[in-house]
Design a protein. Structure first.
Lengths: 547, 367
């Protein structure tokens, strides 16, 4: 480490990262805050923000958002926990693998896919509700929103609990069993208390994601307006920047609070690390009746998730699912014949360019934080994380405001999308790379220096190969996230660059649900193909890094 | 012997105020192996890491072969290290690990292959070059680490508790191997360990460290037979301590009253006056167990006895003082059971006096 401290390269790296963050994140957010507290003449004025709390409509929007966030976080956390408990303690073999896979499916889906198929299945013309059961239903509003958000976000909770449950030492449960505790009691007194950090982390993360969610409130929220959708509509519908800024600032507060509360309370323990260490002892299965109950819940949800995905496919290949079920390729012809092809290539291009940059920014920051002695290095960590903590719509608004005037007049160019994508996804790369770096014993780098390698050689030959997978998975995540995000780019689209998610929104707005489904299908296929290809090409045999 | 590695008033203070190394001076001769021995936190590892360049000294200098190396970055010091836990690169094969330093020096091709083969041969790992470190046993990994350090023909070899991850049997075997290899190659070496048996087996000289200072520097035999203070006596080998009072002086020895009689006693440096309280040290192998009531024997009682193979270990009480004795076993001679009354004899030259523990500040200040 001393070698690196002496190396002026560390200082140069710090400056480069600082410049990149200041330009892509600091400057846009400063623009939002500036607009929030200054009036047109540059005088300090916070009246527009305060107005949010004094008028009934905006106040309802704030309350709606908080209500939605808390309920979605509660439901998502509980469902994620139920899934983790099922895969870890209730089922084994192929059923376990299937449930695990299905629980992760919603992570790669564009958010619309689920909202869209929910409308297909449970909407006013719903296949299931009206077609099969002849019910009059209306999914638009809080109920539909919660349903979609729970399905969308519970995988986050599942990942957290799954990692924690694996880390549980089976010996503790064996000890409790040995002391005469029943299986239910072990769950209550040993397992759940040990998973407490997981509950906090899952709740807070889903709360943040739910508040930041733009697609679902727009598609299925109906009259139930929340902060993100209100900020979006203020710009798109009313061209009222001040109003959008006011909503954004109010949206930032709970998001950042929850995000940093999670970082501080739960800390790195919520980071999913793969140790690859098989645990000794044998985990205790749950009692039979409890297992059955659990399986009924998770099984139902799993079937529902599959059904929702199949519905997207069905919707894409029929005239108008539920009304005219004729199988057709018209939707694809419409999409690909129109601007769909442009949108595909544009979105893929921008996402692919931004992904490696995001991974490198994450790597550079992680290296600064973990392996150098640069003063204030932990600040880098927190500031870069803002890119993920700030709601996408706020970040998008900031980028819109920052780059539509000199000195950085970039609106309409590819650069602003790349900035948005990089800033938004670098944090994940940062976390995976920090976790990977922390797993590398510093003595490996010291051994390299001791054998005569300078800091650059050590980084290239030792450090980089050992964190390669983390960097790669950061890049893959960035690519999929870029392809599927709406909130970050919703305010940035211009006719110059077509973004698929934004096109999907347009199609659904125009009531062309079929082409929306076709778009979603294409998007899912591109993402899956890219993930599989990248893993094949770069993935090779993983290296177990241990002490 | 010419001094090869020279530490001059080396000091390490951490920002939080801790003094890890408190100004030590040490000279290691060419081809000599010096062990830094001490309990955890004594500053031995920090000293080694300063020599390697992983810690910056707060004060003092380090010279190797007449040149200052403390001003050089760690990759230019010509001192290779065998790490605790080996620090083998998990993504490289055994061959690539051993050849790493040469590759960094832009040596490749046949020259690299020959040297790596030779180094692997030196440590008895021919034919394992293609393996990954994780596929080797602990002892084999240890040998890879050794080969990786030796292949660069360093001016100085550094060992950071290299055997602490091995089980007892393997540790004894590797001790001998490292010693043989180091003598054959003749590289000046600094070896950090907290295991006194390891230090005794391996080292030409031992520097016993305590709270950032060198408490004593000497050959293993000097350290064992003439420990400079109570701590060294207790840390190197086993030691019994009893209280004593100085009754006079006769030539090179003090006359100390302890265990019920006045006894001629060797002493560690320091000022002693008649009537002073001292601590008297007796090695367990100097305590002989004889039948109760034997002429001139100290009366004692067996508290516990255990059979160790070639010897027996007795826990005894004599006049309210607990004593340990290790006694060679003779075939057919039974162990004295717990509760048995026995006699104890200690050779006159086996007593050694230290300033009493309550007056230790004097002993510590001598450092």
């Amino acid at each position: 480490m001393i070698a690196i401290r002496r190396d002026p390269a560390a200082a140069a790296l710090a400056l480069m990262v600082a410049a990149a963050i200041a330009f892509g994140l600091g400057y846009p957010l400063a623009n939002v805050l500036g607009q929030a507290v200054l009036d047109d003449l540059g005088r300090f004025d916070v009246a527009p923000i305060l107005r949010i709390f004094s008028f009934p409509v905006p106040r309802a929007v704030v309350l709606n958002s908080l209500l939605m966030g808390v309920l979605a976080a509660t439901l998502g956390t509980l469902l994620g926990f139920a899934f983790a408990l099922t895969t870890a303690r209730a089922v084994r073999g192929p059923l376990r693998s299937a449930l695990h896979f299905i629980a992760l499916l919603p992570l790669i889906a564009p958010p619309f896919a689920l909202a869209l198929s929910t409308i297909f299945l449970f909407g006013r013309q719903g296949l299931l509700t009206r077609g099969l059961l002849h019910w009059e239903t209306d999914p638009y509003g809080l109920t539909g929103l919660l349903f979609v958000q729970t399905i969308t976000f519970f995988p986050v909770a599942y990942l957290i609990f799954d990692a924690l449950v694996r880390q549980l030492d089976p010996a503790l449960e064996e000890a409790a069993l040995n002391l005469g505790a029943s299986r239910g009691r072990i769950l209550r007194t040993v397992v759940i208390p040990l998973l407490r950090p997981g509950f906090a982390a899952a709740f807070l993360i889903i709360f943040v994601e739910s508040l930041a969610d733009l697609a679902n409130p727009l598609l299925i929220g109906g009259d139930f307006n929340v902060l993100a959708s209100s900020a979006y509509l203020a710009i798109i519908g009313e061209f009222d920047t001040r109003k959008a800024v006011a909503y954004s600032v109010v949206l930032m507060l709970p998001s950042l609070l929850a995000y940093f509360a999670q970082r501080i309370w739960v800390g790195e323990s919520s980071v999913v690390t793969v140790t690859g260490k098989p645990s000794g002892g044998r985990a205790q299965r749950l009692g039979a009746s409890f297992r059955v109950g659990l399986l009924v819940v998770t099984g139902t949800v799993a079937v529902l998730v599959l059904l929702l995905y199949l519905t997207v496919l069905a919707g894409a290949f029929t005239k108008l699912l539920g009304i005219d079920n004729t199988v057709t390729l018209d939707n694809f012809k419409f999409v690909l014949g129109g601007i769909g092809t442009r949108a595909m290539t544009d979105t893929t291009f921008l996402s692919a360019v931004a992904a490696p940059i995001a991974a490198l920014l994450g790597l550079a920051t992680a290296y600064l934080v973990v392996r150098t002695k640069v003063p204030g290095r932990t600040v880098f960590d927190y500031v870069v994380m803002l890119g993920a903590a700030a709601p996408g719509i706020v970040l998008g608004l900031g980028i819109l405001l920052a780059f539509n005037h000199r000195p950085f007049l970039l609106s309409g160019t590819a650069v602003i999308f790349i900035i948005a994508f990089v800033i938004r996804t670098a944090p994940v790369s940062l976390r995976t790379t920090v976790a990977a770096l922390l797993q590398i014993d510093p003595s490996l780098e010291q051994a390299s220096a001791n054998l005569g390698a300078g800091a650059a050689t050590t980084f290239r030959r030792i450090t980089l190969p050992l964190v390669r997978r983390a960097v790669l998975s950061g890049a893959i995540f960035s690519f999929t996230r870029n392809m599927t995000t709406l909130s970050t780019i919703a305010l940035l689209v211009t006719p110059n660059w077509r973004i698929m998610t934004s096109q999907i929104l347009n199609e659904i707005d125009a009531q062309r649900l079929g082409s929306g489904a076709a778009y979603s299908t294409i998007l899912i296929v591109i993402v899956l193909a890219a993930v599989i290809t990248l893993n094949r090409v770069f993935g090779k045999a993983p290296i177990e890094v241990g002490a | 012997m010419t001094a090869d590695l020279v530490l001059r008033h080396l000091e390490k203070r951490f920002p939080n105020g801790t003094v890890a190394v408190d100004g030590i001076d040490l000279e290691v001769g060419a081809g000599e192996l010096v062990a830094l021995l001490g309990p955890s936190g004594c500053g031995k590892t920090t000293t080694l890491r300063m020599v390697a360049g992983f810690e910056d000294p707060s004060a003092g200098t380090i010279e190797l072969g007449g040149k200052r190396i403390d001003v050089l970055p760690p990759d230019r010091r010509g001192a290779t290290m065998v790490f605790q836990g080996y620090a083998l690169f998990p993504h490289l094969s055994v061959f690539e690990n051993v050849g790493y330093g040469l590759r960094v020096r832009r040596i490749g091709g046949q020259a690299l292959r020959d040297k790596v083969q030779a180094a692997l041969g030196l440590v008895g790992l021919e034919g394992l070059g293609d393996r990954r470190p994780q596929q080797l046993s602990g002892g084999q990994q240890q040998r890879v680490a050794l080969a990786r350090a030796l292949i660069l023909e360093p001016k100085l070899l550094l060992f950071d508790e290299p055997l602490s991850n091995l089980d007892a049997k393997l540790r004894e075997q590797m001790r001998l191997e490292i010693r043989t290899l180091q003598q054959r190659v003749g590289i000046t070496s600094l070896y950090v360990t907290h295991d006194q048996a390891e230090a005794m087996t391996l080292a030409d000289r031992i520097a016993v460290m305590d709270r950032g200072r060198i408490a004593q520097l000497g050959t293993p035999r000097e350290i064992y037979e003439e420990p400079a203070d109570r701590l060294v006596a207790a840390f190197v080998g086993h030691a019994n301590f009893t209280a004593g009072i100085i009754r006079g002086r006769r030539g090179d020895t003090l006359i100390v009253e302890t265990l019920g009689a006045s006894r001629p006693t060797a002493f560690a440096p320091g000022a002693y006056a008649e009537g002073d309280q001292v601590d008297v040290m007796i090695r367990p192998e100097e305590v002989h167990v004889v039948p109760a009531g034997a002429d001139g024997a100290i009366a004692g009682t067996v508290v516990a006895s255990s059979f160790l193979g070639g010897s027996a270990l007795y826990q005894l009480m004599a006049g309210g003082v607990p004593l340990q004795a290790t006694v060679p076993m003779e075939r057919g001679v039974p162990l004295q059971p717990a509760g048995a009354a026995v006699g104890l004899r200690v050779r006159d030259g086996a007593f050694r006096a230290f300033p009493a523990a309550s007056a230790r500040s004097e002993g510590a200040a001598r450092g």
